[in-house]
Design a protein around this ligand. Structure first.
Ligand code: PMP
Length: 689
């Protein structure tokens, strides 16, 4: 199935003529071709049926095509639609365009005007192109100033991540009329030079100039000789469009290399679990190299709350990359870091005053642990260097963080000789939605009272224990913990790396309990998943404690400073992500997701093999009675068009906040089907059910 988007450097660049010529040239090559005008303005009516001028022109030239959304006034689509009380939306247009795709023919979608022609107040033609993600054919109107327009268009397409199949240069106006004041000789020189320069610039960018169409071959659909000449000039371009591209071999080789040489998380280097090749992603969908689409149920491990391809985020990174992608943070600072600090302090729970920017979630936990130790050390309590953590916890894969993970499901047995021995307390038994049972706090109380003298801090994931088992516990537990830590002089570290930025229905899970920790770690969704970044926030008391100038005990400085600390690109992405989040109705979205997930997963409850179903915020969990066979479940889900990767006993989803109802239903339906198939096949779903 081959399809292209034909766009121009401007209005009247010659798109319609080129499309008509291509239709003819393709049919001469024996290739079926069809053109589509997603939006046509300037339509007339014939017997109550709107007649689209471009479609009429293609037909007059012997081609086939249709217009999807038609308007009378010949002006920009957004205005033409508004004048008729309508509103164009990229999502609707894209859906209608996709319906025109058909295997066995070349489909040419012709835009209106240039790339930034508005479709509504927010979206432009380029957004539609981005959504369709088709290779682009750029028609350049050959006139004075066209090099500038062409190069700007190529840059914009490049920044939008769109592949450009080639350019066609087209003269649409008779020489002496167009560029008044220029002599015919000078004009011929200009037009010739345009072609030469465009070919050269195209070569640098890997974009061929496929044809140079002079005025005398300009478009007149009823003139067979003229169309003949036009089709002949476009024969090379048509051959390129007709070529069936087979990326199958390339993909096979890529996967083979990956399997042989690239280590993936938590799997064997020599006999790894299978992986899928992702070519791109848009909204809540992953686009695979083989053309399949999967609804993303994982938000790429909690982080892609705005989904993929969000304009604000992409542009923020592009802009920052052009300005300053990285500079050391030792002795230097920059606007993105300061701006991020400002935004975080506005959002974080009260009392957080100092921010340490780190590279990843695990490093943030290391930093928090070091802060707690240094805090007590500078107060003369070097003996307070152990940590209390919860069973079922997950805090990361570096050594310090790993020592705080559940000692059974974590990796303690593998690394027992090297890991610090922390104090583990049974996980809070009082569930989130049950009335609080104060006795659920007793194990923690006993442990802290017994070990207070040696404990630097308690580390918890507030309300939701994530990768350790997706357990939701009662917020009052945190209130009790906060009070006891204060009483015993133990710091409270909240690991909000997974829960932060709205996932549980509150900006931070600590807000469910109305508490502030002494140290808080955030990461994952901090950048909306654009790149890795984490932050460790501390209260004034913690920062002052560490900073107490005492040369004998470390001189009052915090001893950590990674190379990429405060990376400007990551900070700019984080600023954009927080702006996007705060500008969006995220609470409503998460609430709606919660309802939809709860409703969709309800049928799992009654199926054999299901131990529990629970939903909180935008997290939906089906706990199994037996551990899952990851490869089999993943395979089952992929066959149903969803990306869900279970682990241990849990099959769970946490879609991007922007996922549509339909997408969420696709996810929950797949989970119900998988559970039903597992029930019928000894606990493991079987593909093809
Ligand atoms: N803490 C929690 C609660 C997490 O969920 C994770 C990652 N799953 C981490 C820490 C570690 O973060 P990272 O993978 O970015 O190192």
């Amino acid at each position: 199935m081959r399809a292209f988007f034909v766009t121009g450097t401007d209005t009247d660049a010659g798109k319609t003529a080129v499309t008509a010529g291509l239709l003819l040239a393709l049919s001469r090559l024996g290739t079926e071709a069809f053109a589509v005008k997603p939006v046509q303005t300037g339509c007339t009516e014939k017997g109550g049926v709107p007649e689209a001028p471009d479609v009429a022109a293609w037909r007059a030239a012997g081609g086939r095509g249709e217009a999807l959304f038609t308007f009378r006034v010949p002006c920009s689509p957004h205005l033409a639609a508004r004048l008729e009380g309508a509103r164009l939306e990229v999502s609707t247009l894209a859906r209608a365009c996709r319906e025109c795709l058909s295997p066995g023919r070349v489909t040419l979608f012709e835009g209106a005007g240039g790339l930034y022609v508005p479709l509504n107040e927010e979206e432009s033609m380029l957004d539609l192109m981005r959504e369709l993600h088709l290779p682009v054919l750029l028609v350049v109107g050959n006139r004075l100033g066209c090099l500038n327009h062409a190069l700007l268009s190529l840059d914009a397409l490049d920044m939008a991540g769109l592949p450009v199949a080639g350019m066609v240069l087209c003269r649409t106006t008779p020489p002496s009329l167009a560029d008044a004041g220029t002599s015919p000789e000078a004009e011929a020189l200009i037009l010739g030079d345009n072609a030469a320069r465009l070919a050269e610039e195209g070569k640098k960018r890997g974009v061929p100039l496929l044809a140079d169409i002079p005025y005398d071959a300009s478009f007149s659909p009823a003139d067979a000789a003229c169309m003949d000449a036009l089709a002949a000039r476009l024969e090379g371009a048509a051959r390129l469009l007709a070529q069936e591209e087979d990326h199958g071999e390339e993909e096979k080789e890529r996967l083979a290399f990956d399997r042989a040489h690239l280590w993936h998380p938590y799997t064997s280097a020599l006999n790894p679990l299978p992986v899928l090749d992702v070519a791109g992603a848009s909204g809540a969908r992953l686009l695979l190299a083989d053309g399949r689409e999967l609804v993303d149920g994982m938000s790429s491990w909690w982080c892609r709350v705005h989904g993929y391809g969000n304009r604000r985020l992409v542009q923020a990174v592009q802009r920052q990359a052009a300005r300053l992608s990285h500079v050391m943070f030792g002795g230097l600072t920059h606007a993105p870091a300061v701006e991020l600090g400002r935004r975080l302090l506005r959002l974080l729970p009260p009392g957080m005053e100092h921010i340490f920017l780190a590279d990843s979630g695990s490093v943030a936990v290391e930093v928090a642990v070091k802060m707690a130790v240094q805090f007590h050390q500078s107060a003369g309590h070097g003996e307070k260097c152990r940590f209390a953590a919860l069973r079922g916890a997950y805090h990361g894969d570096t050594l310090g963080a790993m020592s705080l993970c559940d000692p059974v499901t974590g990796m303690h047995t593998l690394f027992s000789g090297i890991l610090p021995k922390q104090l583990f307390v049974e996980r809070p038994s009082c569930r989130f939605h049950a009335p609080y049972d104060p006795s659920s706090f007793e194990p923690m109380e006993r442990a802290l009272r017994t070990h207070a003298h040696e404990l630097a801090a308690v580390v918890v994931e507030p309300v939701v224990q994530g990768a350790g088992g997706m357990w939701f516990y009662h917020p009052s537990y945190l209130r009790d913990l906060r009070a006891l830590c204060d009483e015993l002089g133990i710091l409270l570290i909240a690991d909000e790396i997974a829960t932060g930025f709205g996932r549980t229905g509150r900006m931070f899970a600590c807000e469910w309990a109305g508490i502030s920790p002494d140290i808080m770690c955030v990461g994952k969704a901090l950048t909306g998943g654009m790149m890795t970044l984490s932050a460790v926030a501390a209260t004034g008391r913690v920062a002052e404690g560490i900073s107490r100038a005492d040369a004998a005990r470390g001189g009052g400085v915090f001893m950590h400073g990674p190379t990429f600390m405060g990376n400007p690109l990551a900070c700019a992405a984080a600023c954009a992500s927080l702006d996007e989040l705060c500008a969006s109705p995220w609470q409503d979205r998460v609430q709606a997701l919660e309802k939809r997930l709860a409703h969709g997963l309800e049928p799992c409850r009654s199926l054999p093999g299901v131990a529990d179903v629970r939903v909180l915020g935008a997290i939906g969990v089906m706990e199994r009675e037996e551990p899952v066979d990851v490869a089999a479940w993943q395979d089952f889900f992929t066959a149903r068009g969803v990306w869900i990767r279970p682990f241990g006993y849990t099959v769970y989803v946490m879609p991007p906040f922007i996922a549509s109802e339909e997408e969420v239903d696709t996810l929950t339906r797949a989970m119900v089907e998988a559970a039903a198939s597992a029930a019928a096949h000894g606990g493991t779903p079987t593909r093809g059910e």
